[in-house]
Design a protein around this ligand. Structure first.
Ligand code: CP
Ligand code: NVA
Length: 310
């Protein structure tokens, strides 16, 4: 493959492609045919610098269901952890497999890998973005409420990788994003600037939740920030999503969280386990959305894939 197609951020998809991918994910979920194995004989390498439950299991299961194989690679057990250059590693690994998924600390690691890979590279979470999660989140919203265009989403909590990816999703899928973050925990200014007036900042979770159709939060300390946990608990204490926050939103608003969640920190147990919470549907959709993504990136004939193939 000379110029492989990568999935590094949501900007690698057009609005139309994103919507088609969601529809395809829903179809793969609802009309599963175990004989449909478009990735038979193909291999996905998965490099994890950080822990994972959902991302690892969904990619590994998705590859297996499509007739292919996934390799779990940790830097500790490969030469990556002993300083082999990323450029060399990308050339070597991509000469043997059909796709590479990476979960890394630095976003630049995924970018460098993609620059030197001859097969598609997928971002499985970096310090800046988590695009695979948004595929599942948006699938979940569409399943339950229809198209998200013109709706309002409230992001409450840390201006982290998930927040940045919601900002991009707002631009690609054309929804409004209300953001409430504690002082000094705002999202990256350049990512915010690119979104223009599609996003608006608020001082409190309840103000951000007003008129929202979807409320989203995430952990207060992301992977790699464990040593800041106690500092962050103090800084974020007014930013917990409670039933009061949910009640400030539209009556049919949904609650999402990429998981893992901490009940009593970023959201109350009442909200996480409440009637408006769709967190487990959201988690399951990682599998279906990523199968649609794998099909798009790894099946040369993906444009011909229609419902008749299922
Ligand atoms: N939401 C998410 O990416 O979960 P994991 O860290 O378990 O992969
Ligand atoms: N913001 C979190 C997301 C985990 C899926 C982290 O980066 O740890």
């Amino acid at each position: 493959m000379m110029n492989p197609r990568h999935f590094i951020t949501l900007f690698d998809l057009s609005s139309e492609e994103f919507r088609t991918l969601i529809q395809r994910a829903i179809q793969l979920k609802t009309e599963r045919n175990i004989d449909y194995q478009p990735l038979k004989g193909k291999v996905l390498a998965m490099i994890f610098e950080k822990s994972s439950t959902r991302t690892r299991i969904s990619f590994e299961t998705g590859m297996a269901q499509f007739g292919g194989t996934a390799l779990f690679l940790s830097p500790r057990d490969t030469q990556l952890g002993r300083g082999e250059p990323l450029e060399d590693s990308a050339r070597v690994i991509s000469s043997m497999v059909d796709g590479i998924m990476l979960r890394t600390h630095l976003h630049q690691t995924v970018v460098t890998f993609a620059e030197h890979s001859r097969v598609p590279v997928i971002n499985g979470l970096t310090d800046i973005y988590h695009p695979c999660q948004l595929l599942a989140d948006m699938q979940t919203y569409v399943e339950l409420r229809g198209d998200i265009a013109g709706k309002t989403v409230a992001w409450v909590g840390d201006g982290n990788n998930m927040c940045h990816t919601y900002i991009q999703a707002a631009m690609v899928l054309d929804f409004k994003l209300n953001i409430a973050c504690p002082k000094n925990y705002s999202p990256d200014a350049s990512i915010v600037a690119a979104a223009g007036n599609r996003i608006q900042f608020f001082d409190t979770p309840n103000a951000a939740a007003k008129n929202a159709d979807l409320i989203v939060t995430d952990v207060w300390a992301s992977m790699g920030q464990e040593q800041e946990q106690s500092l962050r608990v103090t800084a974020f204490k007014e930013y917990q999503i409670t039933q009061t926050t949910m009640d400030a939103a539209n009556p049919d608003a949904l609650f999402m969280h990429c998981l893992p969640a901490h009940r009593g920190e970023e959201a109350s147990a009442e909200v996480i386990d409440g009637a408006q919470s769709v967190i487990f549907q959201e988690a399951e959709n990682r599998l279906h959305a990523q199968k649609a993504l794998l099909e798009l990136l790894l099946c040369p004939n993906h444009t011909k894939i229609t419902s008749t193939l299922l």
